[in-house]
Design a protein around this ligand. Structure first.
Ligand code: NAD
Ligand code: UFG
Length: 341
């Protein structure tokens, strides 16, 4: 992929999408963002423009709209697609499985059909470490068995398998399945970041909202895990590092190596209490918490072996938890109510 290529970014107004747009623009790519703003706002794209000084063409629309996709591929010379668009709340997926399968699975099928009609065969897909279920050993390698414990995770797994079948049917496809570990932090400008529309499900945005006074205290889910301090351990990865992984994946597609899954993680796990302490350092406050019962479905520890991404994509995470917390705090403190601030 030439770095002057045009990339369609589905879900590009979201948390990971906006950060990736910035890194793509600074690498010279031309972008077209398609987002239905179901979990984001046009303001996020205005901020990307403010940071980069480059206008990002944004189309409001749905990946399930085949006619719209055909028009976009017809009107713009698109070389590759980075596909972030998807619903991602685990609990919600248990309550509304059909909505998740329609949006994530059918949406991806509709997108790939439109790509096929347009003769565009380069795809980077947002997968997740959730496809490993409860791993037997750590760190997690890409060849570990996969399984799903909820409809969200199953939607990712099904999509990975569909994309595998697609490649088997037509070797012109080049697909990078990027399995993200736990993305956190924000762009160092503090202008963009994660903006949950409801009570945050994830640790870092919850801690950030406690720090800014929107929530009283963190509930730490489980303190009897076989980990360093009894709390859950995860591989937190700075969203700017994750964004760079997508730029590398686009370059990898150009080699025409077919379909491959890559872990995007740091290879290092931190416990909930370690993250809380690091955030306290970043914001200069003591943050209230209580130890409560385990959250159903959680695993004790999860961290990546990121060797394959280093070898094949030439990508490695560079930012540690200090930067993750400092940048996350800058975003939250400058935008206490997110993009509505
Ligand atoms: P996000 O919700 O901030 O971004 C997703 C974007 O897609 C949003 O802007 C939303 O409005 C849009 N969207 C959703 N359905 C759409 C549809 N049908 N048509 C058009 N746009 C649609 O989430 P994120 O954290 O940036 O995640 C991006 C991708 O990465 C998702 O596929 C998610 O499942 C995956 N992922 C996220 C994490 C994480 O912890 N954030 C971890 C692993 C994988
Ligand atoms: N946690 C708390 N309190 C909270 C929120 C989380 O103690 O209020 C704990 C969890 O129990 C876990 C750790 O913090 O030990 C991380 O939890 P997150 O919800 O932030 O992240 P998960 O690892 O559970 O899941 C996330 C995404 C999934 C994705 C997975 C792997 O939510 O969609 O990372 O990428 F699949």
């Amino acid at each position: 992929m030439q770095s002057t290529a045009r990339v369609l970014v589905t879900g590009g107004a979201g948390y990971i999408g906006t950060h990736t747009c910035i890194q793509l623009l600074s690498a010279g790519y031309q972008l077209l963002v398609l987002d239905n703003f179901s979990n984001s706002s046009p303001e996020a794209l205005h901020r990307v423009q403010a940071i980069t000084g480059i206008e990002v063409p944004g189309i409001e629309g749905d990946i399930n709209d085949a006619a719209l996709l055909d028009r976009l591929f017809e009107q713009h010379a698109i070389d590759a697609v980075i596909h972030f668009a998807g619903l991602k709340a685990v609990g919600e997926s248990v309550a509304q499985p059909l909505r998740y399968y329609h949006n994530n699975v059918s949406g991806t099928v509709t997108l790939c059909q439109a790509m096929q009609r347009a003769g565009v065969f380069n795809l980077v897909f947002s997968s997740s470490a959730t496809v490993y279920g409860d791993p037997a050993t750590l760190p997690i390698r890409e060849d570990f068995p996969t399984s799903a414990t909820n409809p969200y995770g199953r939607s990712k797994l099904i999509i990975e398998e569909i994309l595998g079948d697609l490649y088997t049917s037509d070797p012109r496809w080049n697909v990078a399945l990027l399995r993200y570990f736990n993305p956190v932090g924000a762009h160092p400008s503090g202008l963009i970041g994660e903006d949950p529309s409801d009570i945050p499900n994830n640790l870092m945005p919850y801690i950030a909202q406690v720090a800014v006074g929107r929530r009283e205290r963190l509930s730490v889910f489980g303190s009897d895990y076989p980990t360093v301090d009894g709390t859950g351990v995860r591989d937190y990865i700075h969203v700017m590092d994750l964004a760079d992984g997508h730029v590398r994946a686009l370059a990898w597609l150009q080699q025409g190596l077919g379909i491959k899954a890559f872990n995007l993680g740091t290879g290092r796990g931190y416990s909930v209490l370690e993250m809380l302490k690091a955030f306290e350092q970043a914001c200069g406050k003591t943050l209230a918490y209580e130890l409560v019962a385990r959250r159903p479905g959680d695993v004790a520890s999860c961290y990546a072996d990121p060797t394959l991404a280093e070898q094949e994509l030439g990508w490695k995470a560079t930012l540690g938890i200090e930067a993750m917390c400092a940048d996350g705090w800058r975003w939250q403190s400058q935008n206490p109510e997110g993009y509505r601030s």
